[in-house]
Design a protein around this ligand. Structure first.
Ligand SMILES: [Zn+2]
Length: 243
């Protein structure tokens, strides 16, 4: 008789019954192992959160006062005889794959991951396993991504052209991950970076881990003239809003 799978999908999320823990649970549970800070992976209401150390300030910023502890990459810990460890997923800072080992069997849940080094996240590492549970939102061959350095070259060229023409460049990027990836690689030799509140706050949190060029919060007092020739980074939810 084959034994129960080490991880299985339940209505609360991916469940490890041997350890009685959930991975990125969808609904509140007692003990949650969290791959990364995006809202569809780290939800409010769990009694206890275990995640990578670099993800701690992110989820505390997003979820407020929670009972959470952090581990390093490759650091193993044991729950009810099941061995867990977190490994780099390369998706956003602090993002992890979760390795689960029990009675000689190894399962890996990737969470979100990418294989290109983005310059702000610890790069993805493949982990040997018997069973691999993978997210692949953009995994279809139809999606062909250009190298980050080529995309950044285009963005920096566009911003620099706008600067010469006395225009403000407005870039929309999700406030956790994409925004910091942009800010990290924007050419600030001629231009200043201004951030919308949500982007500013999250980048402030990540400043503890990553070196960024200088960035400034846009407030009600920020004069429009101040922005001319410079770069504004805002979340996509603001696209089309004025004022
Ligand atoms: Zn994500």
């Amino acid at each position: 008789m084959s034994r129960e799978p080490l991880l299985k999908f339940t209505e609360l999320g991916i469940y490890c019954s041997a350890a009685n823990v959930y991975l990125d649970p969808w609904k509140p549970v007692d003990k949650a192992l969290i791959t990364h800070g995006h809202a569809d992976h780290s939800r409010w209401g769990n009694n206890k959160y275990i995640t990578h150390l670099d993800n701690l300030p992110i989820i505390k910023h997003r979820l407020g006062e929670i009972n959470a502890s952090g581990v390093n990459y490759d650091e193993t810990f044991n729950i009810n005889g099941v061995t867990f460890s977190f490994h780099p997923a390369g998706h956003i800072p602090g993002s992890s794959q979760i390795r689960v080992e029990h009675k000689g069997e190894v399962w890996v849940f990737t969470g979100d991951y990418k294989t290109e080094n983005d310059g702000i996240s610890v790069p993805y590492e493949p982990i040997r396993c018997n069973t691999f549970i993978t997210e692949c939102t953009f995994g279809l061959p139809a999606f062909k991504w250009r190298d980050q350095k080529d995309v950044m070259h285009d963005i920096n060229t566009w911003c620099s052209q706008n600067n010469k023409e006395g225009k403000t460049s407005v870039l929309f990027a999700y406030s956790l991950g994409k925004a910091q990836r942009l800010i990290k690689h924007l050419d600030t030799s001629q231009m200043k970076i201004y951030c919308h509140g949500a982007v500013f706050k999250m980048t402030e949190v990540l400043k503890e881990l990553i070196n960024f060029p200088e960035f400034t919060l846009i407030t009600r007092e920020t004069k429009k003239e101040e922005l001319i020739g410079n770069i504004v980074v805002a979340p996509p939810s603001l696209m089309g809003h004025h004022g």
